[in-house]
Write a protein that binds this ligand. Structure first.
Ligand SMILES: N[C@@H](CCC[C@H](N)C(=O)O)C(=O)O
Length: 287
């Protein structure tokens, strides 16, 4: 099975080009591919196929809103094998792969996701590096809640970015505090508000148009970046500063992305790298 390995601000993915939808992408296979010792190692898997072909193969029950049969579809899976609606860093890496492989005619196109169609602009791309903007769609704040992180009860807001987030702006949090926080251990949260689980972001208040963030992702654990999480963080940071819209540089352990929250939706801009291509011996994975 051919694969590529890529990352967006060190949120890393195994990319599986599968235009004929031949791969039986079971949770066990995904987890084995993502295993950092016995597999390739990644936070998630991006299967590349056209939406109509995934529908015909029964991977999708229906085409999500705005997604056409011919659109390339990011079939995203978390490292534990679970399916998630959206992955903001994944879309950038996915678009990079499509552009660098000449699978799309130009630099502006749509990527399908379970959360709907996402318009992308590839500012530049070569086989190794790209810079991509993604129209992330509307963001919806659906409550106030809290997360238990490293023995602390952190207040946050629930934000739907296509997938669920609890973004916690912590007043007075220093960079050192943030660095020392245990975000690896799964945070506790209100399962009534988040019946399907949630991603949890912890961040510093907005200062000079920027925040610093760490994240514990549903289905993947602590990662070095989360694109949808940076969007939720920007919404929360702006709100905490009394603002509804604005541009925020979000610094994460794996780098920096820029999130713009506008009246008609959010945009995420940042880098992508494709660092390897190869062949997986699936029989050796023990999946
Ligand atoms: N890393 C992603 C988010 C991936 C999905 C998430 N773990 C979930 O289950 O919702 C991103 O860059 O947005």
């Amino acid at each position: 099975m051919d694969f590529l390995k890529g990352h967006g601000t060190e949120n890393d993915f195994v990319i599986l080009p599968d235009p004929s939808v031949d791969i039986d992408l079971t949770p066990g296979l995904v987890a084995a591919l993502c295993d950092r010792r016995a597999g390739i190692g990644a936070d998630g898997v991006l299967r590349v196929a056209r939406a109509g072909d995934l529908r015909d193969a029964g991977v999708l029950d229906a085409l999500p809103a705005g997604v056409g049969r011919e659109d390339w579809f990011m079939d995203y899976r978390n490292s534990d094998g679970s399916v998630a609606e959206m992955c903001g860093n994944g879309v950038r890496v996915f678009a990079h792969f499509l552009a660098a492989s000449s699978l799309v005619p130009g630099s502006e196109f749509v990527v399908g996701s379970r959360a709907g169609a996402r318009a992308v602009v590839v500012h530049h791309a070569d086989p190794e590096a790209a810079e991509v903007s993604v129209a992330m769609g509307p963001t919806t704040v659906f409550g106030a809640s809290s997360a238990g992180v490293d023995g602390r009860d952190l207040a946050g807001i629930a934000v739907d970015v296509g997938n669920p987030h609890l973004a916690c702006v912590v007043p007075g949090l220093t960079l050192e505090d943030l660095r020392n926080l245990d975000v690896k251990t799964a945070p506790t949260f209100d399962h009534g508000l988040f019946p399907h689980g949630t991603n949890v972001e912890v961040l510093t208040p907005l200062a000079d148009g920027a925040v610093h963030m760490r994240v514990h992702e549903r289905g993947s654990g602590e990662t070095r970046s989360c694109g949808t999480g940076t969007v939720a963080a920007a919404v929360a940071a702006l709100r905490a500063a009394g603002l509804e819209t604005g541009a925020v540089d979000v610094h994460v352990p794996g780098g920096t992305v820029t999130v713009t929250i506008g009246a008609d939706g959010a945009t995420l801009r940042g880098p992508s790298r494709i660092v390897a291509t190869g062949t997986v011996r699936t029989s050796a994975l023990g999946a």
